[in-house]
Design a protein around this ligand. Structure first.
Ligand code: ADP
Ligand code: MG
Length: 391
């Protein structure tokens, strides 16, 4: 991985080339991995998450007017917009994440200052490690560091989520932005997505979290995620007719669901079954990690993967090939898909003393079976967004 010094030099050089000066403000916001809790966040349940040591940096320099210019070392193009009149990007479409944050902050009456900015990220895009949330949270961090107001980290997460929901048009839950803003180094967070409060879960030693990236092209029409959400809502609509205390799938039990099976469309039934079980697995995994029951942690991950494959149907053939490679590898306790599914990374729980042999085996096996070069690497839990330097 690129060192901080190399990264700084790379950014400074490009910044000078683009804007003719040096940046004066540096911020970072991390990506995240969900250890458990697929599609439980918008069902107002629990997720077990950690911010990771792969992050997004933005280097910036205030301009003294209301213009924002933003470029990225990870993507082509330089976007320019006026804070007094924010429109969606016509080209450089990734800048919508930055525009969205500016738009939402201004709607909440935060006074913003224009800047020249350059983004650099070590989070792979669209792999389930939340590069979009890191970009949004880093953007709030830049605006805050240039202003004379402050926002607490939870507000940063919620406003960044709104930017993605309302401006970008992706109806994601809060967990990505929450981890990026609120992560704690050395810990995992058990987040309650109903109250937006979290508990810090200490992790017993001996278990290493590994990212196993399928690097497979995603073939999504864009309807898969909203479709799953709608199916969960449909389940709630029916269950709440029988059980008024059910306001979201978080409130439902498997007993309630199976008792009403005859009234529920079979696909909706499967989706709800998965979410209700997954929600319980989040709590069970938190307990297993805290007590050092690594075999149980692994079993829960495998059950999550199987449910995602058979009930929620968000697993691709490359994910299955990666699962098989991981489960045959030395030191593997278990694994599941990270993020929303449909490709991207698997997160594996591995014996801490087997990292190298695990990595070698998984890469070799997966590449042979899928014909795609896998990326396999350990991640450490990291702190949430912060200002790195103001010069
Ligand atoms: P994920 O959040 O899982 O990585 P998304 O599809 O939600 O996947 O977000 C990925 C998109 O976010 C990218 O395609 C790009 O538009 C934008 N993005 C994230 N980080 C950067 C960056 N460093 N530079 C430019 N665009 C970025
Ligand atoms: Mg995203």
């Amino acid at each position: 991985m690129i060192s901080d010094d190399q990264r700084k030099a790379l950014i400074e050089e490009k910044f000078l080339f683009l804007y003719g000066s040096k940046p004066s403000v540096w911020v970072q916001a991390p990506g995240r991995v969900d250890l458990m809790g697929s599609h439980t966040d918008y069902n107002l349940g629990f997720v077990l998450i950690q911010a990771i040591n792969h992050n997004t940096w933005i280097a910036a320099r205030p301009r003294g007017d209301s213009i924002v210019r933003i470029a990225s070392l990870n993507r082509d193009g330089i976007a320019e917009f006026d804070l007094s009149h924010i429109e969606h990007a016509k080209d450089v479409t990734w800048s919508d994440y930055v525009r969205g944050v500016a738009d939402v902050l201004q709607k909440e009456n935060y006074v913003l200052k224009g800047f020249d900015g350059l983004v650099h990220s070590t989070i792979p895009f669209g792999s389930g490690l939340s590069s979009s949330a890191a970009l949004e949270v880093a953007t709030t961090e830049v605006f805050e560091s240039l202003a004379d107001w402050q926002i607490d980290p939870l507000q940063k997460a919620l406003l960044s989520q709104r930017a993605e929901n309302e401006f970008v048009g992706m109806t994601c839950g809060v967990m990505d932005q929450y981890s990026s803003a609120m992560g704690k180094a050395g810990c995992v967070l058990l987040l309650d997505c109903r109250t937006n409060t979290s508990e810090i879960i200490p992790v017993a030693p001996g278990l290493q979290v590994m990212i196993c990236d399928t690097r497979a092209e995603r073939n999504l029409t864009g309807s898969e995620y909203p479709e799953r959400r709608a199916q969960c809502e449909e389940g709630v609509r029916i269950l709440s007719g029988f059980y008024p205390e059910v306001h979201s799938l978080r409130d439902a039990t498997l007993e309630m669901l199976t008792a009403q099976q005859a009234d529920i469309d079979p696909v909706v039934f499967k989706r709800c079954y998965f979410v209700i079980e997954e929600n319980q697995r989040v709590l069970d995994l938190a307990a297993a990690l805290a007590s050092g029951d690594h075999q149980k942690a692994g079993r829960l991950a495998v059950e999550s993967f199987q449910g995602a494959r058979d009930l929620f149907e968000i697993v691709t053939k490359e994910m299955i090939m990666m699962f098989d490679a991981i489960m045959g590898a030395p030191g593997a306790f278990g694994t599941r898909g990270a993020g929303g599914g449909f490709g991207g990374c698997l997160v594996a729980f591995v014996r801490s003393d087997c990292i190298d042999s695990f990595t070698e085996y998984v890469k070799q096996q997966y590449t042979r079976n899928a014909g795609i070069q896998a990326e396999v690497y350990p991640v450490q839990s990291a702190s949430g967004a912060s200002v790195l330097a103001i010069e």
